[in-house]
Design a protein around this ligand. Sequence first.
Ligand SMILES: C[S@@+](CC[C@H](N)C(=O)[O-])C[C@H]1O[C@@H](n2cnc3c(N)ncnc32)[C@H](O)[C@@H]1O
Length: 280
Amino acid sequence: MSATGKASLVPAVNNAECPWDLFDSESYQQRNYATLHELDQIIIPKLAGFFAKQNLGSDLEAIDVGPGTNLYPAMSMLPFTKSITLLEYSSTNIAWLEDEIGNYRESWNAFWRALADSSDHYGAIADPGVLLKKVADVQKGSIFDLKEGRWDLGTMFFVAESITGMRDECAKATTRFVRSLKPGAPFAATFMENSRGYVVGGHTFPAVAVTEADVRTLLRGVAGDIELHHIRSPHLFRHGYDGMMLVTGVRSDTRSEPSREPGWTTIGRTGRRDRQHAAR
Ligand SMILES: C[S@@+](CC[C@H](N)C(=O)[O-])C[C@H]1O[C@@H](n2cnc3c(N)ncnc32)[C@H](O)[C@@H]1O
């Protein structure tokens, strides 16, 4: 059950049990990123504004974890980076990313314009497609294997809560992402709010139904300066989730294990599937 008592859409399984290599990249892209949807229009100015005020320079090493077929988190880091590692686990998404980054489709221009409208850092880049091709490096890997303290800047969009039905794995993924950054490094992450799972190209994927309180608990001890924005629209309440959350912050200056609330360290399955999730 989700936090609001709604039944989950998929049997809760762990990350290793999901059919990631059957992830239908083009179907996911078409549903979520063929056009600039309302919720991304809300997220992008906040994301761009956060990075723009960090005094980042232009030669950072960044990571986007679990990019799937979403290029805009990586695009949001372009002005500040000499390299952006796109760490993906699914072989279909890796192949899609390698193709797409070579020559990205016209529809990404709307996402870039939204970034450029939000901060001069983006407007100063003449050809984001060429720059992305130069700095992006698609790598096969798992969030659970990320090394501590490696990256200067990071994004993780709809990953920790959308790659597993297990609360302990969601917690581990969140902390592994944040701790893969250097102390003080800024990050932006998004979470589906109270997701009941989702369907991509006929295959079902689980989710952990997280709330604002859950996300704040997960980040306690590993991150500071947290700002959490609810990203909502009345049009989405029938689609298997209640909205999205954008979280920005910086990695804490500590290597100690984060404290967790009871419930996040236990292994629990979150429910059953009963209808199709229309989006991420
Ligand atoms: C819900 S999709 C989110 C995709 C994209 N970031 C977005 O904003 O739409 C989850 C992504 O996490 C990837 N993933 C699944 N397991 C992973 C793992 N263990 N490590 C890293 N990425 C993983 C999936 O292949 C998929 O691309």
